[in-house]
Ligand binder design. Structure first.
Ligand code: HEM
Length: 361
């Protein structure tokens, strides 16, 4: 008998597994990862990824019934809510998962900031992450317009005026770019093709770099090694276990959003009235709403631009060799101040009366 033949396990299931594994190399996923990689803080990126899978699956179903023209868009959303099989639930899960994904991606960013995981050699992956954050926001923005209700129409008004402000660079945002396809059709293409394609490309790069660098050590262990202590352990669990936990958390998200979709319907406002501006944006855009009041629409370019720009500089400003928050006090305090300011802006934007911004440039 050959050596290969003697290695084949005896039980039927084990034999089947061995046949599949020999071809797909699934057991290769059981490579070592540190035990802390399975803690919630270090699995937030994976949960976000699972959320994107839910968004893709529900989005494909919604696309079977959605009609991206100004005349039919809102009617087709109503059709999804009332007639299409599982339409209302798919729409609800899509809506609630988008909210949760935004929350988990922000928490993921926060974890990386606090644990200094953006430091060498992960600076580029931090920047790729910022690209992913921008794409997430772009997906939520375009999704809002697609509903073609009052809120979506006002969001589109902002989109068009921002395009004007960007001058030649804003040509894509202009309704006049294409005479043959209304802008809602182009925003639909951005929502279902351009942004997902860019996001997939960045995600692949993000994951390849996480695999290449390994998950960062816990700050205390890393700092102890900097001070001459033992190297942090790179083992303790396996990626297969990490993956199972990620799917577990992801299924919890699916259960929660399914439940939410049954209890609280995803909103759809009245048909748009172009003569009024009565909506406030989703919570993730609210920090910039007061800026619009104070400085006008251009603030919607420079305020988020400054924030993303400042975040992009973080790995290059923080030159400390250490990662523990206690040893990076100035940066952590600066981060906390920005966070408190953002929360305060959201609170202020929530209670202030609705203001009119579009058409006041
Ligand atoms: C939008 C979707 C995103 C997805 C799906 C995603 C996914 C992931 C995953 C699965 C990991 C492995 C460890 C973990 O889960 O914490 C990871 C690590 C990482 N991510 Fe993200 N991420 C996203 C956005 C971001 C953002 C916005 C940033 C920062 C601006 C970022 C920066 C990083 C860095 C630096 C690491 C390495 C962390 C370490 O080694 O401890 N990611 N990401």
């Amino acid at each position: 008998m050959t050596a290969e033949a003697t290695e084949i396990p005896t039980g039927r299931w084990r034999r089947a597994w061995s046949v599949i594994d020999e071809r797909l190399g699934i057991s290769g996923l059981a490579y070592p990862v540190p035990a802390h990689a399975n803690g919630i803080g270090y699995i937030l990126g994976g949960i976000t990824f699972f959320g994107f899978l839910i968004l893709a699956a529900t989005g494909v179903w919604l696309a079977q019934f959605y009609h991206p023209t100004p005349e039919a868009a809102r009617e087709s959303v109503l059709y999804i809510m009332t007639v299409a099989p599982l339409g209302d639930i798919a729409r609800g899960v899509h809506f609630w998962t988008a909210n949760l994904v935004m929350a988990t991606v922000l928490l993921h960013t926060g974890r990386i900031f606090v644990t200094g995981a953006y430091k060498r050699p992960r600076e580029i992956n931090w920047l790729i992450g910022l690209g992913l954050l921008s794409i997430t926001i772009g997906l939520i923005f375009t999704g809002t317009v697609l509903k073609w209700d009052q809120e979506g129409f006002e969001a589109l008004g902002h989109n068009v005026e921002i395009g004007d402000l960007l001058g030649a660079f804003g040509f894509w945002f202009s309704p006049t770019l294409s005479a043959s396809l209304p802008i809602v059709g182009r925003l639909y293409i951005a929502h279902v093709v351009i942004l997902p394609a860019l996001g997939t490309f960045l995600l692949i790069a993000h994951f390849l770099l996480v695999k290449r660098h390994g998950i960062s050590a816990q700050p205390a262990d890393f700092d102890a090694a900097v001070d001459g202590g033992p190297e942090p352990s790179k083992a303790g669990s396996t990626f297969a276990v990490h993956l199972v936990r990620m799917v577990g958390f992801g299924l919890v998200i699916l259960a929660v959003t399914t439940l939410l979709s049954l209890v609280v319907q995803a909103p759809l406002g009245p048909a748009p009235d172009p003569s009024i501006e009565v909506s406030k944006p989703w919570w993730m855009f609210l920090p910039f709403y007061p800026f619009e009041d104070w400085f006008g629409l251009p603030a919607l370019i420079w305020a988020p631009g400054l924030l993303i720009g400042a975040l992009a500089l973080v790995p290059f400003i923080d030159r400390s060799r250490y990662r523990a928050p206690g040893r990076r006090r100035a940066l952590i305090i600066a981060g906390a101040i920005v966070l408190v300011a953002l929360v305060a802006l959201v609170a202020y934007a929530t209670i202030e009366p609705v203001k009119s911004h579009v058409g006041e440039m």
